[in-house]
Design a binder for this molecule. Structure first.
Ligand code: PLP
Length: 354
């Protein structure tokens, strides 16, 4: 793929990388853009100054949410190198999401090339403070101006980036999670396995409800019986029960997380039995009361792992490991972040130097 570079007229002043970067607050100077039209396919790939997108009010994405996205990071190592973590997994997942939403595939090699070239252009935006990174957000949406519900005839694929601060400035911090027993996120045959904006639109109410009760996140149950645990808002979830690991299977309703896959590989390598199977919320709560629910943690690109200190389901509350970060959770965090920031040997060949 040929990527045209259009130099920006002026560059922004960068935020203080040692201060509070937060998440998604400061976009970098440039973005990658590519257009797709029926007949022509992908064309006009370019890296240009970040600016607003102009869309017709009747544009398909604004009405029918034909949109998919991805999320990955660029990490700066102690030697100053920049590396990506398993970007091919994001490229492939986006193709799967797009298939489900009747959107064109952006080829895997082009996806990786676009991410790499944009990160190279924005290399000075990759922060070097411990645990900071450059978050990369590829996304695609239907641009056709038309109110009819159909597969659109034009799309835009874009990539934007923002430096993000340490997720845990003071160490891993367990969260309280509310098990949602009324609303559902995904059903079999639906779009649960895709990273599409629509999935999130439908989940915000659950998040609001949880926050009202003093909980940070929602644990979603399966959409049919509301019986089996599936995943958390933006993370997959794992349970350590009696020394073994349990997580929901990838069967169409759960997002196939890159972090989830990496954790399973590491856990198996360490000799843990990992069950990718349906587990009833009743089983989890009972294990909690029987003292067998040793650790619970979410997995995702943003936080890597997020220890869970408390689960509330209906009127039942279970406190996990005294609301402290479990030993295995901490070890997984140290191992994966060690690989991502280049402090540990990358024996799985997961990192890609930019
Ligand atoms: C992105 C996402 C995850 C985590 O995926 P990673 O590839 O590990 O970042 C989990 N669940 C949902 C719903 C997501 O959107």
């Amino acid at each position: 793929m040929d990527i045209r570079f259009e130099k920006a007229a002026n560059l922004k002043e960068k935020p203080d990388f040692h201060g509070e970067l937060g998440f998604g607050k400061y976009m970098t100077d440039y973005m990658f853009v590519c257009e797709w039209d029926k007949g022509e396919g992908w064309h006009d790939a370019r890296i240009e100054q970040l600016k607003p997108v102009e869309l017709a009010p009747e544009c398909v994405v604004l009405h029918y949410a034909q949109e998919t996205f991805e999320g990955l990071k660029a990490y700066r190592t102690e030697e100053g190198k920049i590396q990506l973590f398993r970007p091919e997994m994001n490229a492939r997942r986006m193709i799967k999401s797009n298939e489900r939403l009747c959107m064109p595939a952006f080829p895997e090699e082009d996806f990786i090339q676009a991410v790499e070239e944009l990160v190279r252009v924005e290399k000075d935006w990759v922060p070097d403070e411990p645990d900071t990174s450059l978050y990369i957000r590829p996304f695609m949406f239907a641009t056709e101006a038309s109110l009819g519900v159909h597969m659109a005839i034009s799309y835009k694929f874009m990539i934007i980036c923002c430096p993000v601060g340490a997720y845990y400035p003071t160490g891993l911090d367990p969260v309280k999670i509310l098990v949602e027993d009324e609303l559902v996120r995904a059903v079999k045959g639906g779009t649960g396995f895709t990273k599409c904006g629509g999935n999130y639109a439908g989940s915000i109410l659950g998040q609001v409800k949880a926050e009202k009760q003093g909980y940070t996140q929602v644990l979603w149950l399966d959409g049919e019986e509301k019986k089996y645990v599936e995943e958390v808002g933006t993370m997959n979830i794992m349970f350590k029960i009696d020394g073994e690991i349990y997580t929901a299977p990838i069967e169409g309703t759960v997002l196939p997380g890159v972090t989830r896959d990496s954790m399973i590989t590491i856990l198996k390598d360490w000799g843990y039995k990992v069950h990718e199977e349906k587990v009833a919320i009743d089983t989890i709560m009972k294990a909690g009361h029987d003292g067998k629910l040793e650790e619970v943690f979410g997995t995702g690109t943003a936080a890597v792992v997020s220890p869970v200190g408390e689960l509330k389901y209906k009127d039942d509350v279970v406190v996990i490991n005294d609301s402290k970060t479990g030993e295995l959770t901490q070890k997984l965090y140290d191992t994966l972040t060690g690989i991502q920031w280049g402090k540990l040997e990358d024996k799985y060949n997961w990192t890609v130097e930019v």
